[in-house]
Design a binder for this molecule. Structure first.
Ligand code: COA
Length: 350
Protein backbone atom coordinates (compact mmCIF):
# COMPACT_ATOMS: atom_id res chain seq x y z
CA UNK A 1 0.00 0.00 0.00
CA UNK A 2 1.33 3.46 -0.85
CA UNK A 3 2.24 5.94 1.90
CA UNK A 4 -0.34 8.41 0.62
CA UNK A 5 -3.13 5.87 0.89
CA UNK A 6 -1.98 4.90 4.40
CA UNK A 7 -2.01 8.56 5.48
CA UNK A 8 -5.44 9.05 3.97
CA UNK A 9 -6.74 5.97 5.81
CA UNK A 10 -5.35 7.27 9.11
CA UNK A 11 -7.03 10.63 8.56
CA UNK A 12 -10.30 8.90 7.71
CA UNK A 13 -10.07 6.67 10.80
CA UNK A 14 -9.48 9.69 13.06
CA UNK A 15 -12.42 11.48 11.46
CA UNK A 16 -14.57 8.34 11.86
CA UNK A 17 -13.81 8.16 15.59
CA UNK A 18 -14.97 11.77 15.93
CA UNK A 19 -18.15 11.04 13.95
CA UNK A 20 -18.86 8.02 16.13
CA UNK A 21 -18.50 10.12 19.28
CA UNK A 22 -20.81 12.81 17.85
CA UNK A 23 -23.34 10.18 16.87
CA UNK A 24 -23.31 8.65 20.36
CA UNK A 25 -23.77 12.11 21.82
CA UNK A 26 -26.69 12.67 19.45
CA UNK A 27 -28.36 9.39 20.45
CA UNK A 28 -27.91 10.24 24.12
CA UNK A 29 -29.54 13.63 23.61
CA UNK A 30 -32.37 12.06 21.63
CA UNK A 31 -33.07 9.67 24.53
CA UNK A 32 -32.98 12.59 26.94
CA UNK A 33 -35.37 14.59 24.76
CA UNK A 34 -37.79 11.65 24.57
CA UNK A 35 -37.70 11.32 28.36
CA UNK A 36 -38.19 15.04 28.77
CA UNK A 37 -41.11 15.03 26.28
CA UNK A 38 -42.77 12.14 28.15
CA UNK A 39 -42.43 13.82 31.50
CA UNK A 40 -43.69 17.17 30.14
CA UNK A 41 -46.67 15.44 28.52
CA UNK A 42 -47.53 13.69 31.78
CA UNK A 43 -47.19 16.93 33.74
CA UNK A 44 -49.39 18.85 31.28
CA UNK A 45 -52.04 16.13 31.37
CA UNK A 46 -52.02 16.14 35.15
CA UNK A 47 -52.25 19.93 35.23
CA UNK A 48 -55.30 19.83 32.94
CA UNK A 49 -56.90 17.33 35.31
CA UNK A 50 -56.18 19.55 38.32
CA UNK A 51 -57.55 22.59 36.47
CA UNK A 52 -60.74 20.64 35.81
CA UNK A 53 -61.10 19.95 39.52
CA UNK A 54 -60.38 23.57 40.35
CA UNK A 55 -63.09 24.68 37.91
CA UNK A 56 -65.62 22.42 39.67
CA UNK A 57 -64.60 23.82 43.06
CA UNK A 58 -64.90 27.40 41.80
CA UNK A 59 -68.37 26.67 40.38
CA UNK A 60 -69.40 25.17 43.71
CA UNK A 61 -68.06 28.20 45.59
CA UNK A 62 -69.76 30.63 43.20
CA UNK A 63 -73.15 28.93 43.34
CA UNK A 64 -73.10 28.44 47.09
CA UNK A 65 -75.89 30.51 48.72
CA UNK A 66 -73.52 31.35 51.61
CA UNK A 67 -70.83 32.90 49.36
CA UNK A 68 -70.08 36.50 50.32
CA UNK A 69 -69.57 39.17 47.60
CA UNK A 70 -65.81 39.21 48.27
CA UNK A 71 -65.67 35.41 47.92
CA UNK A 72 -67.49 35.68 44.61
CA UNK A 73 -65.00 38.29 43.36
CA UNK A 74 -62.12 36.05 44.45
CA UNK A 75 -63.70 33.10 42.62
CA UNK A 76 -64.08 35.16 39.44
CA UNK A 77 -60.40 36.17 39.66
CA UNK A 78 -59.37 32.56 40.15
CA UNK A 79 -61.47 31.48 37.18
CA UNK A 80 -59.78 34.08 34.99
CA UNK A 81 -56.30 33.03 36.14
CA UNK A 82 -57.17 29.38 35.54
CA UNK A 83 -58.31 30.25 32.02
CA UNK A 84 -55.00 32.00 31.33
CA UNK A 85 -53.11 28.99 32.65
CA UNK A 86 -55.16 26.70 30.43
CA UNK A 87 -54.25 28.84 27.40
CA UNK A 88 -50.55 28.64 28.29
CA UNK A 89 -50.85 24.87 28.78
CA UNK A 90 -52.42 24.61 25.34
CA UNK A 91 -49.45 26.46 23.88
CA UNK A 92 -47.04 24.11 25.67
CA UNK A 93 -48.98 21.11 24.45
CA UNK A 94 -48.56 22.37 20.87
CA UNK A 95 -44.81 22.21 21.34
CA UNK A 96 -44.94 18.58 22.49
CA UNK A 97 -45.50 15.52 20.27
CA UNK A 98 -49.13 14.54 19.82
CA UNK A 99 -49.82 11.08 21.20
CA UNK A 100 -52.71 10.13 18.97
CA UNK A 101 -53.06 11.11 15.32
CA UNK A 102 -56.81 10.42 15.31
CA UNK A 103 -58.79 7.75 13.51
CA UNK A 104 -58.40 9.06 9.93
CA UNK A 105 -54.64 9.60 10.00
CA UNK A 106 -54.08 6.34 11.90
CA UNK A 107 -56.01 4.57 9.18
CA UNK A 108 -54.03 6.17 6.36
CA UNK A 109 -50.56 6.65 7.81
CA UNK A 110 -50.50 4.00 10.51
CA UNK A 111 -50.64 4.70 14.23
CA UNK A 112 -46.91 4.81 14.95
CA UNK A 113 -46.02 7.71 12.69
CA UNK A 114 -45.71 10.97 14.54
CA UNK A 115 -46.91 13.97 12.55
CA UNK A 116 -46.29 16.63 15.20
CA UNK A 117 -44.58 19.82 14.11
CA UNK A 118 -42.89 21.04 17.24
CA UNK A 119 -41.91 24.62 16.46
CA UNK A 120 -43.75 27.68 15.20
CA UNK A 121 -41.39 27.87 12.23
CA UNK A 122 -42.14 24.26 11.22
CA UNK A 123 -45.89 24.84 11.53
CA UNK A 124 -45.64 28.03 9.48
CA UNK A 125 -43.67 26.29 6.73
CA UNK A 126 -46.11 23.40 6.59
CA UNK A 127 -49.07 25.75 6.34
CA UNK A 128 -47.28 27.76 3.65
CA UNK A 129 -46.68 24.56 1.72
CA UNK A 130 -50.34 23.62 2.07
CA UNK A 131 -51.39 26.96 0.57
CA UNK A 132 -48.82 26.57 -2.25
CA UNK A 133 -50.12 23.08 -2.95
CA UNK A 134 -53.71 24.33 -3.24
CA UNK A 135 -52.58 27.11 -5.56
CA UNK A 136 -50.62 24.83 -7.92
CA UNK A 137 -53.28 22.10 -8.14
CA UNK A 138 -56.02 24.68 -8.75
CA UNK A 139 -54.00 26.03 -11.70
CA UNK A 140 -53.60 22.46 -12.97
CA UNK A 141 -57.35 21.80 -12.69
CA UNK A 142 -58.14 25.05 -14.51
CA UNK A 143 -55.72 24.09 -17.30
CA UNK A 144 -57.30 20.64 -17.74
CA UNK A 145 -60.69 22.31 -17.71
CA UNK A 146 -59.66 24.64 -20.49
CA UNK A 147 -58.45 21.63 -22.44
CA UNK A 148 -61.73 19.78 -21.94
CA UNK A 149 -63.60 22.88 -23.10
CA UNK A 150 -61.56 23.00 -26.31
CA UNK A 151 -61.52 19.21 -26.78
CA UNK A 152 -64.89 17.92 -25.54
CA UNK A 153 -63.94 14.30 -24.93
CA UNK A 154 -65.20 12.29 -21.94
CA UNK A 155 -61.68 11.05 -21.27
CA UNK A 156 -60.39 14.60 -20.66
CA UNK A 157 -63.34 15.28 -18.34
CA UNK A 158 -62.41 12.12 -16.47
CA UNK A 159 -58.78 13.21 -16.11
CA UNK A 160 -59.95 16.55 -14.65
CA UNK A 161 -62.32 14.76 -12.29
CA UNK A 162 -59.68 12.30 -11.26
CA UNK A 163 -57.26 15.12 -10.39
CA UNK A 164 -60.00 16.72 -8.27
CA UNK A 165 -60.69 13.47 -6.39
CA UNK A 166 -56.98 13.13 -5.65
CA UNK A 167 -56.72 16.83 -4.71
CA UNK A 168 -59.59 16.81 -2.22
CA UNK A 169 -58.44 13.52 -0.77
CA UNK A 170 -54.94 14.97 -0.23
CA UNK A 171 -56.41 18.12 1.30
CA UNK A 172 -58.26 16.09 3.92
CA UNK A 173 -54.99 14.41 4.94
CA UNK A 174 -53.04 17.67 5.06
CA UNK A 175 -55.83 19.40 6.96
CA UNK A 176 -55.97 16.60 9.53
CA UNK A 177 -52.23 17.08 10.06
CA UNK A 178 -52.71 20.85 10.35
CA UNK A 179 -55.49 20.39 12.92
CA UNK A 180 -53.33 18.06 14.98
CA UNK A 181 -50.75 20.82 15.01
CA UNK A 182 -53.08 23.42 16.42
CA UNK A 183 -54.71 24.85 13.28
CA UNK A 184 -58.18 26.23 13.91
CA UNK A 185 -59.65 25.08 10.58
CA UNK A 186 -63.36 24.59 11.17
CA UNK A 187 -64.58 21.00 11.00
CA UNK A 188 -66.98 21.99 8.22
CA UNK A 189 -64.19 22.92 5.80
CA UNK A 190 -62.59 19.51 6.30
CA UNK A 191 -65.97 17.80 5.89
CA UNK A 192 -66.58 20.00 2.84
CA UNK A 193 -63.41 18.57 1.29
CA UNK A 194 -64.49 14.98 2.06
CA UNK A 195 -67.85 15.70 0.44
CA UNK A 196 -66.21 17.39 -2.57
CA UNK A 197 -64.03 14.30 -2.97
CA UNK A 198 -67.14 12.07 -2.97
CA UNK A 199 -68.90 14.48 -5.36
CA UNK A 200 -66.07 14.39 -7.89
CA UNK A 201 -65.81 10.61 -7.47
CA UNK A 202 -69.52 10.19 -8.27
CA UNK A 203 -69.25 12.58 -11.22
CA UNK A 204 -66.33 10.47 -12.47
CA UNK A 205 -68.52 7.35 -12.54
CA UNK A 206 -71.39 9.07 -14.36
CA UNK A 207 -71.86 7.44 -17.75
CA UNK A 208 -71.65 9.63 -20.84
CA UNK A 209 -75.01 10.23 -22.50
CA UNK A 210 -77.63 12.95 -23.10
CA UNK A 211 -78.04 13.65 -19.36
CA UNK A 212 -74.30 13.93 -18.78
CA UNK A 213 -73.91 16.17 -21.85
CA UNK A 214 -76.77 18.40 -20.71
CA UNK A 215 -75.09 19.17 -17.39
CA UNK A 216 -71.53 19.25 -18.76
CA UNK A 217 -71.29 22.97 -19.77
CA UNK A 218 -72.76 24.06 -16.44
CA UNK A 219 -70.34 21.84 -14.54
CA UNK A 220 -67.35 23.19 -16.49
CA UNK A 221 -68.46 26.75 -15.79
CA UNK A 222 -68.97 25.95 -12.13
CA UNK A 223 -65.54 24.35 -11.67
CA UNK A 224 -63.90 27.26 -13.51
CA UNK A 225 -65.68 29.77 -11.28
CA UNK A 226 -64.85 27.89 -8.06
CA UNK A 227 -61.23 27.52 -9.25
CA UNK A 228 -60.90 31.28 -9.71
CA UNK A 229 -62.51 31.96 -6.33
CA UNK A 230 -60.14 29.46 -4.77
CA UNK A 231 -57.19 31.37 -6.20
CA UNK A 232 -58.53 34.57 -4.63
CA UNK A 233 -59.17 32.77 -1.37
CA UNK A 234 -55.61 31.40 -1.50
CA UNK A 235 -54.24 34.94 -1.87
CA UNK A 236 -56.25 36.00 1.17
CA UNK A 237 -55.18 33.00 3.29
CA UNK A 238 -51.50 33.36 2.31
CA UNK A 239 -51.66 37.08 3.13
CA UNK A 240 -53.14 36.32 6.57
CA UNK A 241 -50.49 33.67 7.14
CA UNK A 242 -47.57 35.96 6.26
CA UNK A 243 -48.89 38.75 8.44
CA UNK A 244 -49.61 36.45 11.38
CA UNK A 245 -46.11 35.07 11.12
CA UNK A 246 -44.58 38.56 10.97
CA UNK A 247 -46.62 39.59 14.01
CA UNK A 248 -45.56 36.52 15.98
CA UNK A 249 -41.94 37.20 15.16
CA UNK A 250 -42.22 40.83 16.15
CA UNK A 251 -40.89 41.86 12.72
CA UNK A 252 -40.95 45.56 12.05
CA UNK A 253 -42.88 45.06 8.81
CA UNK A 254 -45.20 48.03 9.24
CA UNK A 255 -47.68 45.61 10.77
CA UNK A 256 -49.62 45.85 13.99
CA UNK A 257 -52.50 43.83 15.37
CA UNK A 258 -54.89 46.62 14.31
CA UNK A 259 -53.24 46.71 10.87
CA UNK A 260 -53.75 42.96 10.55
CA UNK A 261 -57.43 43.20 11.53
CA UNK A 262 -58.10 46.01 9.07
CA UNK A 263 -56.31 44.13 6.26
CA UNK A 264 -58.30 40.98 7.12
CA UNK A 265 -61.66 42.79 6.99
CA UNK A 266 -60.77 44.45 3.69
CA UNK A 267 -59.84 41.05 2.26
CA UNK A 268 -63.05 39.48 3.55
CA UNK A 269 -65.21 42.30 2.16
CA UNK A 270 -63.66 41.74 -1.25
CA UNK A 271 -63.95 37.95 -1.09
CA UNK A 272 -67.40 37.59 0.38
CA UNK A 273 -69.54 38.47 -2.69
CA UNK A 274 -67.56 36.01 -4.83
CA UNK A 275 -67.95 33.28 -2.20
CA UNK A 276 -71.69 33.88 -1.86
CA UNK A 277 -72.13 33.79 -5.63
CA UNK A 278 -70.26 30.45 -5.64
CA UNK A 279 -72.64 29.08 -2.99
CA UNK A 280 -75.66 30.23 -4.98
CA UNK A 281 -74.13 28.45 -7.98
CA UNK A 282 -73.86 25.28 -5.85
CA UNK A 283 -77.55 25.51 -4.94
CA UNK A 284 -78.42 26.17 -8.57
CA UNK A 285 -76.47 23.02 -9.52
CA UNK A 286 -78.49 21.09 -6.92
CA UNK A 287 -81.72 22.42 -8.44
CA UNK A 288 -80.65 21.59 -12.02
CA UNK A 289 -79.60 18.10 -11.00
CA UNK A 290 -82.84 17.57 -9.15
CA UNK A 291 -84.83 18.50 -12.27
CA UNK A 292 -82.56 16.27 -14.34
CA UNK A 293 -83.08 13.34 -11.96
CA UNK A 294 -86.82 13.35 -12.83
CA UNK A 295 -85.96 12.61 -16.44
CA UNK A 296 -82.73 10.62 -16.21
CA UNK A 297 -84.00 7.50 -14.55
CA UNK A 298 -81.57 4.66 -13.94
CA UNK A 299 -78.68 7.05 -13.30
CA UNK A 300 -78.36 7.20 -9.52
CA UNK A 301 -75.47 9.68 -9.86
CA UNK A 302 -77.85 12.49 -10.83
CA UNK A 303 -79.88 12.44 -7.61
CA UNK A 304 -76.78 11.80 -5.46
CA UNK A 305 -75.07 14.85 -7.00
CA UNK A 306 -78.19 16.97 -6.40
CA UNK A 307 -78.12 16.06 -2.70
CA UNK A 308 -74.37 16.65 -2.40
CA UNK A 309 -74.50 20.07 -4.09
CA UNK A 310 -77.38 21.07 -1.82
CA UNK A 311 -75.61 19.92 1.37
CA UNK A 312 -72.34 21.62 0.38
CA UNK A 313 -74.09 24.87 -0.63
CA UNK A 314 -76.16 25.11 2.57
CA UNK A 315 -73.20 24.12 4.77
CA UNK A 316 -70.95 26.72 3.12
CA UNK A 317 -73.50 29.53 3.50
CA UNK A 318 -74.12 28.59 7.12
CA UNK A 319 -70.44 28.29 8.11
CA UNK A 320 -69.23 31.38 6.24
CA UNK A 321 -72.04 33.46 7.77
CA UNK A 322 -71.15 32.23 11.26
CA UNK A 323 -67.42 32.92 10.67
CA UNK A 324 -68.10 36.48 9.48
CA UNK A 325 -70.57 37.22 12.29
CA UNK A 326 -68.10 35.92 14.87
CA UNK A 327 -65.31 38.05 13.42
CA UNK A 328 -67.56 41.14 13.43
CA UNK A 329 -68.65 40.45 17.01
CA UNK A 330 -65.36 39.55 18.58
CA UNK A 331 -62.62 40.40 16.10
CA UNK A 332 -59.63 38.16 16.70
CA UNK A 333 -58.08 38.48 20.11
CA UNK A 334 -54.72 40.20 19.87
CA UNK A 335 -52.89 37.59 21.98
CA UNK A 336 -54.27 34.81 19.76
CA UNK A 337 -53.01 36.68 16.70
CA UNK A 338 -49.48 37.23 17.92
CA UNK A 339 -49.19 33.73 19.38
CA UNK A 340 -50.40 31.86 16.32
CA UNK A 341 -47.19 31.33 14.40
CA UNK A 342 -44.81 32.59 17.03
CA UNK A 343 -41.46 30.84 16.99
CA UNK A 344 -40.66 31.74 20.59
CA UNK A 345 -38.14 29.01 21.21
CA UNK A 346 -36.87 28.54 17.72
CA UNK A 347 -33.27 29.32 16.98
CA UNK A 348 -34.16 31.04 13.77
CA UNK A 349 -37.34 31.02 11.77
CA UNK A 350 -37.19 31.71 8.13
N1 COA B 1 -60.08 25.80 3.96
C1 COA B 1 -58.99 25.56 4.69
N2 COA B 1 -58.62 26.26 5.79
C2 COA B 1 -59.41 27.27 6.15
C3 COA B 1 -60.58 27.61 5.44
C4 COA B 1 -60.91 26.82 4.29
N3 COA B 1 -61.99 27.05 3.55
N4 COA B 1 -61.17 28.67 6.04
C5 COA B 1 -60.39 29.00 7.08
N5 COA B 1 -59.34 28.16 7.16
C6 COA B 1 -58.28 28.13 8.18
C7 COA B 1 -57.46 29.41 8.27
O1 COA B 1 -56.35 29.36 7.39
C8 COA B 1 -57.04 29.39 9.71
O2 COA B 1 -56.00 28.41 9.84
P1 COA B 1 -54.86 28.44 11.01
O3 COA B 1 -55.57 28.33 12.32
O4 COA B 1 -54.03 27.25 10.69
O5 COA B 1 -54.10 29.73 10.82
C9 COA B 1 -58.25 28.81 10.43
O6 COA B 1 -58.95 28.06 9.44
C10 COA B 1 -59.16 29.83 11.04
O7 COA B 1 -59.62 30.69 10.04
P2 COA B 1 -60.73 31.78 10.33
O8 COA B 1 -60.12 32.89 11.11
O9 COA B 1 -61.97 31.13 10.87
O10 COA B 1 -61.09 32.29 8.87
P3 COA B 1 -60.20 33.06 7.80
O11 COA B 1 -60.22 34.53 8.08
O12 COA B 1 -58.86 32.44 7.63
O13 COA B 1 -61.06 32.76 6.49
C11 COA B 1 -63.02 32.77 5.08
C12 COA B 1 -62.44 33.12 6.45
C13 COA B 1 -64.53 32.97 5.11
C14 COA B 1 -62.39 33.64 4.01
C15 COA B 1 -62.65 31.30 4.77
O14 COA B 1 -63.19 30.47 5.77
C16 COA B 1 -63.13 30.87 3.41
O15 COA B 1 -62.53 31.19 2.41
N6 COA B 1 -64.21 30.12 3.35
C17 COA B 1 -64.79 29.73 2.10
C18 COA B 1 -64.24 28.45 1.58
C19 COA B 1 -65.09 27.93 0.47
O16 COA B 1 -66.27 28.14 0.45
N7 COA B 1 -64.52 27.22 -0.47
C20 COA B 1 -65.28 26.69 -1.56
C21 COA B 1 -65.57 27.69 -2.58
S1 COA B 1 -64.14 28.49 -3.20
Amino acid sequence: MSVTAENEWKQLSDEFIKIEKNHEEYLKKMREIRKSQDSCLKAVKHQYYMLGQLRDDITKAETSPNASPSERIKSAELRQQALEMRARLYEMQNELPVQNNGFYLNLILGSNLNVSLLTGAERYKYKQEYENFKWKVTILVLSVLLLSYVLPFRVIDSIGNFIMVWYYCTLTIRESILRINGSKIKGWWVLHHYLSCVLCGIHLTWKDGPCYQEFRPQFIMFVAYIGLVQLMQGQYQSGCLRRLHALGQGHQMDITVEGFQSWMFKGLTFLLPFLMLGYIFQLYNAYTMFLLSQRCTGQWQVFALAILFAVIGVGNIWTTTLVILKKLREGTKSDQITRKYRAKNDQKSE
